[in-house]
Design a protein around this ligand. Structure first.
Ligand code: AMP
Ligand code: TRP
Length: 332
């Protein structure tokens, strides 16, 4: 059986990294089996959120899933906070997660910064909740960007610890699916930094709802280096900006990186930028237009999320009930 689960946080705007590293792959995978795509609002509050903005962003992420091609006839779209099994299983799994494992999580270290005294328990426990998101559905495959690989390894470790403790083969160990050419999209301003929702510079990323003019401007201003584009992949190792722009071109055009390198070998950045702009507008434009249209009917989005929560709950509840039985909780 294949059961796919993935999610995105309703924080700020989705960008090209979210699309190429995750969402585009979800759409391509969705006819393989059962799919659950979650808007992870419980995760969002691990950093401060304005309540009104959080509601809007939750709907916006659901709209982005649909606009990008997630089909509600095939896939379940829901909000994490609507299915209480996530939080309940998160607590149970926390009792199988040594601090040493959490201390190794690079995302926590990046987000918490130096001031550990004031870092929040929720941010520290974030990967345990993510493990619960996956394990509460017995999901087998988890399509994500490269940055989530460590969290997926932790999920497998937690599942293994639980199974060993009760001598059962209860939680399947989920497979990360890190697919496509653009598994780690980098900032347009600095090819050594990840493209991120939280980068203070909007010029560092292409948002999924940017207008064609803004996309063109951001690509025009993207950082480059003085040389012509290379002839071989090895040369890209020391040229992060060239690497990133070629990767973006390859992923958006659905060609291999090798083909993209061959196409622009010896050319100036201006040619690559012109063609990248064209394909980015062609691919993102229709998604942005559908998102805007969907956001005009928030009642329809809410109904989709309600329906999704009902279906997700029907899968999660029996698994949570069995987990509680294994642990030894008195049946309610
Ligand atoms: P987040 O925005 O942190 O909720 O991430 C949602 C999904 O997008 C996850 O699967 C991430 O791995 C993926 N993602 C985020 N940023 C990037 C990036 N710069 N490149 C590739 N994938 C990304
Ligand atoms: N941690 C993921 C991110 O920041 C989002 C996420 C939460 C997720 N729960 C998940 C991804 C479960 C896949 C499966 O990108």
């Amino acid at each position: 059986m294949t059961r796919i689960l993935s999610g995105m946080q309703p924080t700020n705007q989705l960008h090209l990294g979210n699309y190429l590293g995750a969402l585009k792959n979800w759409v391509a995978l969705q006819d393989r089996g059962e799919n659950l795509f979650c808007v992870v609002d419980l995760h969002a509050i691990t950093v401060p959120q304005d309540p009104e903005t959080l509601i809007r962003s939750t709907r916006e992420i659901a709209a982005a899933y649909i606009a990008a091609g997630i089909d509600t006839a095939q896939s379940i779209i829901f909000a994490q906070s609507h299915v209480s099994a996530h939080a309940e299983l998160g607590w149970i799994l926390g009792c199988f997660t040594p601090l040493g494992w959490l201390n190794r999580m690079t995302q926590f270290k990046e987000k918490a910064g130096k001031d550990r005294e004031n870092a929040l328990l929720g941010l520290y426990g974030y990967p345990v909740l993510m493990a619960a998101d996956i394990l509460t559905y017995h999901a087998t495959h988890v399509p994500v960007g490269e940055d989530q690989k460590q969290h997926l390894e932790l999920t497998r470790d937690i599942a293994g610890a639980f199974n060993r403790r009760y001598e059962v083969d209860f939680f399947p160990l989920p497979e990360p699916q890190i697919l496509g050419e653009a598994t780690r999209v980098m900032s347009l301003r600095d090819g050594t930094k990840k493209m991120s929702k939280s980068d203070p510079s909007d010029m560092s990323r292409i948002n999924m709802t940017d207008s064609p003019d803004l996309i063109a401007q951001k690509i025009r201003k993207a950082k480059t280096d003085p040389d012509a584009l290379p002839f071989s992949p090895d040369e890209l190792e020391t040229r992060p900006e060239a690497d990133n722009l070629l990767t973006l071109y390859a992923a958006l055009s659905d060609v291999s990186k090798r083909a993209a390198i061959a196409r622009f070998a010896g050319a100036q950045f201006s040619l690559l930028k012109a063609e990248l702009t064209e394909v980015a507008i062609e691919k993102l434009g229709p998604i942005a237009a559908r998102m805007t249209a969907l956001m005009e009917d928030t009642a329809a989005i809410d109904a989709i999320l309600r329906d999704g929560a009902e279906k997700a709950n029907a899968i999660a509840q029996p698994i949570l009930a069995e987990t509680k039985r294994l642990v030894g909780f008195l049946p309610g």
